[in-house]
Design a protein around this ligand. Structure first.
Ligand code: FES
Length: 273
């Protein structure tokens, strides 16, 4: 059992949960993910590690309560326990000195972007972060991301905070103005698709994390299959980070709709206790 230290709603339906797991924290690197289980009979939920503290022996997860299993997970409170937390899994992010790095975080993608931005900042990179959300109250960890960024740009669809518009606008502006060595993007697949298309003419390396399409995180269900150039890859085993310019985004977007009906059925039967 994994003790829960805190669980706080940081934005509507978005929860920050910190758990004690010193062995996992000692091995965690930016880009890794874990599999969480709320109960013994529960679903395995792959979640990217949003933060870790090796000294305290803690792991922080940011969870959107969107389906039955995540709703069960976020109902657990400080003092209770997760049934299981397995990891760290996946390949860690490639860190190094790229000069200027543009980090694009869309919605809940801010959570996995943060430890990568912090590590790249610590490596001596100039980090420009672009954080986008539909509206102001869905923005979280603004201070944390700003603290590891030379420049932090906020975009909202409705203009309720920061600039009104899409993250691709400041991304294009920054690519025109600065010699970026790397663009990193995590967020909704459609956002990453258009970020990749924005980067393509500039010939800058771009990396996307496809963590959100994983299902069981074991390499067995096949649900996270993606086409990268001419190759077929599994996000949970081969990723979760890939060359954003080589991802077949249209295949990925269509695969994301595969389990919509099952998710709707499961939610219809879900009764909070
Ligand atoms: S999530 Fe099931 S094979 Fe990757």
């Amino acid at each position: 059992m994994i003790p829960i230290i805190s669980n706080t709603e940081i934005a509507p339906n978005i929860f920050e949960m910190t758990v004690e797991h010193s062995r996992l924290a000692s091995k965690a690197e930016p880009g890794h993910f874990v599999i969480a289980m709320a109960q013994e009979q529960g679903e395995r939920i792959p979640l990217t590690i949003a933060d870790f503290d090796r000294n305290r022996g803690t792991i922080t997860l940011v969870i959107t309560a969107i389906g039955t299993s995540t709703k069960k997970l976020v109902r657990l409170q400080a003092g209770q326990s997760l049934y299981a937390l397995i990891g760290p899994l996946g390949h860690p992010s490639e860190l190094g000195n790229f000069g200027t790095v543009i980090m694009v975080a869309g919605g809940v993608g801010t959570a996995p972007v943060y430890p990568i931005a912090r590590a790249l900042h610590d490596c001596g990179n100039t980090v420009i972060s672009i954080q986008g959300a539909r509206t102001a109250n869905l923005l979280f960890w603004k201070d944390k991301l700003a603290a590891v960024s030379s420049e932090h740009i906020i975009m909202t669809d409705d203009g309720s905070e920061g600039r009104k518009g899409l993250v691709t606008e400041p991304l294009r502006e920054k690519l025109e103005m600065s010699a970026a060595g790397l663009v990193f993007m995590i967020g909704p697949a459609v956002m990453m698709k258009f970020c990749a298309e924005t980067v393509r003419p500039f010939g800058v390396r771009a990396v996307a994390s496809l963590n959100s399409i994983m299902i069981d995180g074991t390499g067995m269900c096949g649900g996270c299959r993606v086409k990268i150039g001419s190759e077929t890859k599994f996000t949970c085993v081969d990723g979760p980070e890939f060359d954003a310019l080589a991802v077949d985004w249209d295949v990925l977007l269509s695969r994301q709709k595969m389990y919509c009906e099952e998710e709707k059925c499961s939610l219809a039967q879900y009764k909070p206790v």
